[in-house]
Design a binder for this molecule. Structure first.
Ligand code: SAH
Length: 324
């Protein structure tokens, strides 16, 4: 819902009116009609003038593990996807997109292969979470869908700051980045809420990282990691490191040792990600991932291995690539 437009339509009314509309929406209302503390006349005006969602749902797929992937279009028809993950312990986590497509070209990620359209607005980001909130309460949001959040800093942070109204606290909000420095630096300087930071690392040294993530040529590891260390020192919050396991590329024991030497284990929390097929690589075997994990363990880290969700509906990490 474009609250800016709502407040324009409500210009003649008391200022708290927009707030009331937002509160209903954030709590999962499905139409203006439900907003019983708003006059019938105003509800009609809103219904006529401001679409309830900025996004149009085009398709929804449900995985055998309960994961739901939604494909939306913006008003101009740009595609984007969002995913609801349901975990056995009751957690409900929504993975949102920050852009339609992505201008970066990480070789293992399907989104990089589609056309980049544009940054999403604050409202388009929130409407993805609200879509699922209308089905059931949600408690986590990860900015790990399509796009690079730090390239769309203002809208991403504005949306994240409204998520508590939707039931998602800053501590349960995670922004993932390739290490796009201008945005990352602003994040460290400006965002004092305890929003979690995740870094897509995927390689322990510049040469390999540049090969699989061309953005590394622009913002090399040393500078990116220094910014993560600054985040830790300012806020004493660990940085999550995502490391996708690519068979024969970045998954040897030598890579594990290099990784352990590169990162401070107080500051960085490692999350190994089984590769979801996008056609480019083979994923490391389970045994290899276990060996890699054990090597990190011996070096004093406590890495986790990410649960893969929604693979059968191409909703897992790196698989979001809607066709326009
Ligand atoms: N652009 C941001 C936000 C997207 S997060 C970022 O890269 O951090 C999506 C996560 O999924 C990233 O960690 C990304 O590296 C990872 N990923 C991409 N392709 C993948 C694949 N095929 N299998 C597993 N993880 C993948």
């Amino acid at each position: 819902m474009d609250l800016q437009r709502v407040s324009e339509v409500l210009a003649g009314e008391p200022a708290y009116r927009t707030r009331q509309v937002w509160e209903w929406t954030a709590r999962g209302a499905t139409s203006y009609e439900e907003m019983t503390n708003v006059s019938a006349e105003t509800r009609v005006a809103l219904t006529e003038q401001v679409p309830f969602s900025t996004l149009e749902l085009m398709h929804e797929a449900v995985s055998s593990d309960g994961t739901i992937k939604a494909l939306f279009h913006t008003h101009e028809g740009h595609p984007l996807e969002a995913v609801l993950m349901r975990f056995r312990d009751g957690r409900r986590s929504v993975c949102v997109s920050s852009q339609s497509g992505c201008p970066l070209t990480c070789t293992f990620c399907a989104t990089g292969q589609m056309q980049f359209r544009r940054n999403l607005t604050e409202w388009e980001i929130l409407d993805q979470a609200l879509h699922f909130r209308r089905k059931e309460p949600i408690d986590h949001v990860v900015f790990m869908g399509m796009g690079e959040p730090m390239l769309n800093f203002d809208s991403v942070i504005a949306a994240a700051r409204r998520l508590p109204d939707v039931g998602v606290t800053p501590r349960r909000t995670t922004i993932s980045t390739v290490g796009w420095l201008p945005g990352l630096t602003r994040f460290v300087d400006e965002v004092t809420e305890p929003i979690r930071l995740a870094l897509s690392l995927h390689a322990p040294a510049d040469a390999l990282r540049s090969e699989i993530m061309p953005v590394n040529d622009r913002f090399p590891l040393e500078a990116v990691l220094a910014e993560c260390v600054r985040y830790y020192e300012l806020y004493r919050r660990q940085v999550f490191v995502e490391y996708v396991m690519l068979d024969g590329i970045n998954d040897s024991l030598a890579h594990a040792r290099e990784l352990a030497a590169l990162l401070d284990r107080q500051i960085f929390k490692l999350n190994l990600i089984p590769y979801n097929p996008t056609g480019m690589y083979d994923g490391s075997s389970r045994e290899r991932i276990q060996d890699f994990k054990d090597a990190l363990h011996r070096a004093g880290f406590s890495p986790t291995v990410r649960l893969t969700r929604g693979r059968d509906i191409a909703a897992a990490c790196g698989q979001l690539a809607a066709t326009a």
